[in-house]
Design a protein around this ligand. Sequence first.
Ligand SMILES: [Zn+2]
Length: 313
Amino acid sequence: MTRIPTMLMGADGPEHLPGRRVVRSLACLQCGYDLNGAEAMGRCSECGMPVPFSLAGSIDPLVHSLSPIPNPRAVGRGLLAAACVLAMLPTAILMWGCWFVWYLSEGSGSGRRFSLPPVPVWLPDRLWWYLALVILALGGVALWCFKPQARGRVPVGTVRSVLLLAIGVLLSALAVAVIPVVSSGSKPWLLVASPLFPLPGLAIMLVGFRGVLLDVGKRSSTFRRAKVRRQRIPPLLAAIGLVAVAWVSLLLSLQMGESLRAISLAVGLLALIFVTIGCWYLLLNAWWIYAALQTPPERLRDLLTEAEPLPSD
Ligand SMILES: [Zn+2]
């Protein structure tokens, strides 16, 4: 059984709990019951959970020691918008890549190699253009939220990371918009190479996003404490490199023979699946930070009645 603390470390230093009451709305950590008015050393009247545990779970002293963000809610929305772009883009490339597996496994004879209609029925031209527009719109929202404030400082991360994010958004939107153009052209190898196009933009976006995420992530205790469920970005960049290598070797196999084809497709798709899952995890991580920025933690001192003077005073 964990010992119930009689003292907690708040943003303004240690606070003794005995003799004090909760004076703000505070949800019980276990059942969500509002503990407003309860004794700081008491228990939840609904589930019996000691109040100090709920106090400890709701505060985040570290956040108050960081320099304040001028527009925390907007930054939260921007982070979420950027993460949505990062989740959508590899998902679209993966669908496109899966179509190639089907396409190349069907057309195994040399005569049939490029004989299928270049654009699949379930992924029409316009879908790519809509996707490019959505990337631009969501990326624009994110960049607007991260735009430099007073004295040219960006609210979170560095100017460099926000700039990389902007370049990545533009490059990937452009690459996505180009896919239907090349796939209707007369050069079939360009069509096969098309899943490669959005990868540089995606990689640059991830590098920029990392700078913002690691900085703003300090404000979410869930993000700080998460170990396994926190997506690291360098492995994603390595996997994007692997996708690129696999796809180039796939292109070579189309020219030279079929021995490389199966292994290139398998490696490329596996790496792409890894990137896609990782990017959806990034969206989850961004959601934690978004939630923390929407409802910033209160100071422990503000949650409680005044401390009684200690006997020695
Ligand atoms: Zn409770």
